[in-house]
Design a protein around this ligand. Structure first.
Ligand code: AMP
Length: 116
C-alpha cells in the first residue's frame, strides 16, 4: 500500500462497494457504513489528500468543489432546508480514522453544540 492508500482509494476504484450518492470528475460522495444520523454521507476528493494539513494552494479548486458537493448532497438527501452538519475530523485526536480527506454530511436530526 502506498502512503495514501486507504479503504477510500478502493471505493474510488470500485474495488469495494459503497452506496454512491453523487460523483463528479474530482469528488465522490457515498453513504457512511456506520451512520450517525439518518443522512450520513462522506464526500472525498478523488485525489488522495490525507487531511487539511496535506492540502496546498494547488488544491484550492478541489477544496471548493468539496464544499459545493456538500450543498449538492444536502439537496439530494432532502436535508438542505432543515439544516445539516458538515464535519472534517482532521488528525487522530480530532477523531480521524481514515487518512484520506473527507467531509461528513450529517442530517435528519438535531445536533448539539459544542460537539463531543
Ligand atoms: P473519520 O473517523 O472522520 O476518519 O471517518 C471515517 C468514516 O469512514 C467513519 O464514519 C466510518 O464509519 C467510515 N467508513 C469506514 N469504512 C467505510 C466504508 N468501507 N464505506 C463507507 N464508510 C466507511
Amino acid at each position: 500500500m502506498s502512503q495514501n492508500e486507504t479503504i477510500f482509494s478502493k471505493i474510488i476504484r470500485r474495488e469495494i462497494n459503497a452506496q454512491i450518492v453523487h460523483e463528479t470528475e474530482n469528488v465522490l460522495a457515498f453513504r457512511d457504513i456506520n451512520p450517525q444520523a439518518s443522512t450520513h454521507v462522506l464526500i472525498i476528493p478523488k485525489k488522495p489528500i490525507v487531511n487539511l494539513n496535506d492540502a496546498s494552494s494547488e488544491d484550492r479548486e478541489i477544496l471548493g468543489e468539496l464544499l459545493l458537493a456538500a450543498a449538492e448532497v444536502a439537496k439530494i438527501e432532502g436535508v438542505a432546508q432543515d439544516g445539516y452538519r458538515v464535519v472534517i475530523n482532521n488528525g487522530e485526536r480530532a477523531g480521524q480514522s481514515v487518512f484520506h480527506l473527507h467531509l461528513h454530511i450529517l442530517g435528519g436530526r438535531a445536533f448539539e453544540w459544542p460537539p463531543g
